[in-house]
Design a binder for this molecule. Structure first.
Ligand code: PFF
Length: 471
C-alpha cells in the first residue's frame, strides 16, 4: 500500500524542520536578486500584482499537490512518479514528469551558481570596504568590472558549486537543518533593517508606488518610440509569462525539489498548513527586498530596468552610506549566499536521490558527479556577461544565460507544474489525495481540488497561449 512507504534516505526530524527546509529552498536568489530586477524591467506594480495572483491561484494549489505526491511516493521524483503511476494504473508517460524535473533542476543550478558567485564576490568586496562612501557611478563601475572578468566570475562560480556539492554529499538533513533555523530568520531581520534604512531616503514613497500601484498598460502593452517620434504600442503577453514563471521559480515548484523534500516529510503533518507558511515567508521576503531596493533606485536616479545587476548596483550604495554599513553589508551578502546555498541544494537533490536509488551510487560520488556537470554547463553563463555577450553569440537576442533562464523559469517549470496539477487533479484517485492531505473533504479540500483540477491548469495554459500570441 502506498501510504506505508518509507524513504530510504530518512526523514526530516519534525514538521517544523520540513517547513524550514522548504523555506530554505524557496527563499533564495529568486526573491532578492530576481524578483526586484524583473519587477523593474516589467514596469512594477501591475507586474507584481499578476505575480501575486499567480502565487495564490497557481502556486499554492500546486505546492500542495507537489508535496502530496512526494510524501505519497517517498522516493526521488522519478521513482515517486513511477510508483504513483503504478498505484493509479495510469499511463507510463506520466513518469516523464520526474525526468523533466531532474533535467530542469540541473539546468537551473548551472546558472544559479554563477549568480550566487556574484553574491560571494560581494561578501568580500563589502568586507574590504570597497563601497564605503561610494557614489552610484563607482558602485556601477565596480559591478561592470566583475562582469568583465570571466576568470573571477568562474572562480566564484566554482567555489559556490563546491559548497553545494559538499552539503549535498553529506545529506540534506544534518547540517542544513541547523543552519536554516538560525540563518533564515537572520536574513529576514536584516531585510527589515534595509527597509528601515530605505524609509529614511526621500524616495521611499516613490519606491513603494512603483512596486505596488498597478499600471496595467505596462503589463499588457509593449511601447516603443516609432520613427516619427510617436509612441507605438502593441499587445504583449510576455510580462505575464514572466510573472507566472517567477511564481514557480520562487516557490521552487514544477521540478521535483519540493516533491523530494515532501518525500522526507513526516506522515501526519498537515501539508496545507506547511504550504501556507512556506508561501507567506517566501512572498514577504520578496516584497521586503523590493521595498528595500526601489527607494535606493529612485533616490539615486538609477534605472529600475537595469537588469540582472540591479541589486549589485543599488544595495552597495546604501551600505556605503549607512552607519555600520560595512558590517551590515557583509552580513547581508553572507546571508544572501546562504539563502542561495540552501536553494541550490534542493536543485540537485532530486537527481542525487535518483542516482542513489537506481544506480546504487553513494551520495558523495553522486553529488560530485552532478556538481561537475552543472559546473561545466555554468561556464556558458559565466561567459554570457563578457566573452559571449556579443550579438553574434546570441540566439533570439538572448545570451546562453538568458536562454537558460527563460527556458527553465518561463517554460519548463510552468509545464512541470501544469502536469503535476493534472496528475493530482485528474489521474490520482480522490481517495488517495483525501487520505494524504488528511483534512477531510470539507471546504478546504474542495477549494484545493477545484483549483488544482481546473483553475491552475487553465490559467497556466491561458498565460502560455497568450504569450505566444494565440489568444
Ligand atoms: N526558489 C529558489 C529561489 O527563489 O531562489 C530557486 C529554485 C530552487 C527554483 C529550487 C527551483 C527549485 F526547484
Amino acid at each position: 500500500m502506498s501510504d506505508k512507504r518509507t524513504s530510504i534516505h530518512g526523514q526530516w526530524s519534525s514538521r517544523f524542520i520540513f517547513i524550514l527546509a522548504a523555506i530554505g529552498s524557496a527563499v533564495g536568489l529568486g526573491n532578492i536578486w530576481k524578483f526586484p530586477y524583473i519587477s523593474g524591467e516589467n514596469g512594477g506594480g501591475a507586474f507584481v500584482l499578476v505575480y501575486l495572483v499567480c502565487i495564490a491561484l497557481i502556486g499554492v494549489p500546486i505546492m500542495i499537490a507537489e508535496i502530496l505526491l512526494g510524501r505519497r511516493g517517498r522516493q526521488s521524483p522519478i521513482n515517486t512518479m513511477r510508483a504513483l503511476v503504478e498505484d493509479e494504473g495510469a499511463h507510463r508517460a506520466w513518469s516523464l514528469l520526474g525526468w523533466g524535473g531532474v533535467i530542469t533542476g540541473f539546468l537551473i543550478l548551472s546558472y544559479y551558481s554563477v549568480i550566487a558567485g556574484w553574491a560571494l564576490a560581494y561578501v568580500f568586496r563589502t568586507a574590504a570596504g570597497s563601497f564605503t562612501g561610494a557614489s552610484a557611478e563607482t558602485v556601477s563601475a565596480l559591478f561592470d568590472g566583475l562582469l568583465a572578468s570571466p576568470g573571477s566570475i568562474l572562480m566564484w562560480h566554482s567555489l559556490f558549486m563546491v559548497m553545494t556539492m559538499f552539503v549535498v554529499a553529506r545529506g540534506v538533513r544534518g547540517g542544513l537543518e541547523k543552519a536554516v533555523t538560525v540563518l533564515m530568520p537572520a536574513l529576514f531581520l536584516l531585510l527589515l533593517v534595509m527597509v528601515g534604512y530605505a524609509m529614511t531616503l526621500g524616495a521611499f514613497s516613490e519606491g513603494l508606488a512603483f512596486l505596488f500601484s498597478p499600471n496595467f498598460d505596462k503589463v499588457f502593452y509593449d511601447c516603443a518610440l516609432d520613427a516619427a517620434g510617436g509612441e507605438a504600442c502593441h499587445f504583449t503577453g510576455e510580462p505575464m509569462l514572466i510573472a507566472l514563471g517567477h511564481a514557480f521559480f520562487t516557490l521552487s515548484l514544477g521540478m521535483g525539489a519540493i516533491m523530494v523534500y515532501g518525500s522526507y516529510m513526516p506522515s501526519g503533518a498537515s501539508i496545507a498548513r506547511a504550504t501556507f507558511a512556506i508561501v507567506v515567508a517566501d512572498t514577504v521576503v520578496a516584497l521586503l527586498a523590493g521595498m528595500a531596493i526601489f527607494p535606493i533606485v529612485f533616490a539615486n536616479g538609477l534605472e529600475p530596468a537595469a537588469g540582472p545587476g540591479l541589486i549589485f548596483q543599488t544595495l552597495p550604495i546604501a551600505f556605503g552610506a549607512m552607519p555600520a554599513g560595512q558590517l551590515f553589508g557583509t552580513l547581508f551578502f553572507i546571508l544572501l549566499v546562504f539563502a542561495a546555498w540552501s536553494s541550490a541544494i534542493s536543485l540537485i537533490e532530486p537527481a542525487v536521490a535518483w542516482l542513489v536509488e537506481n544506480h546504487g551510487m553513494k551520495r558523495i560520488p553522486a553529488a560530485v558527479f552532478l556538481g561537475i556537470l552543472a559546473w561545466l554547463l555554468g561556464i556558458g553563463s559565466v561567459l554570457s556577461f563578457n566573452v559571449l555577450s556579443g550579438e553574434e553569440f546570441q540566439l533570439f537576442g538572448k545570451t546562453v544565460f538568458d536562454l537558460l533562464d527563460y527556458l527553465t523559469a518561463n517554460i519548463l517549470l510552468p509545464l512541470g507544474g501544469l502536469f503535476i496539477a493534472l496528475f493530482t487533479g485528474w489521474v490520482m484517485s480522490r481517495a488517495a489525495s483525501v487520505d494524504e492531505l488528511g483534512m477531510g473533504e470539507g471546504i478546504g479540500y474542495k477549494t484545493w481540488w477545484l483549483l488544482v483540477r481546473f483553475v491552475s491548469p487553465l490559467l497556466v495554459l491561458v498565460v502560455f497561449f497568450n504569450a505566444i500570441g494565440v489568444i
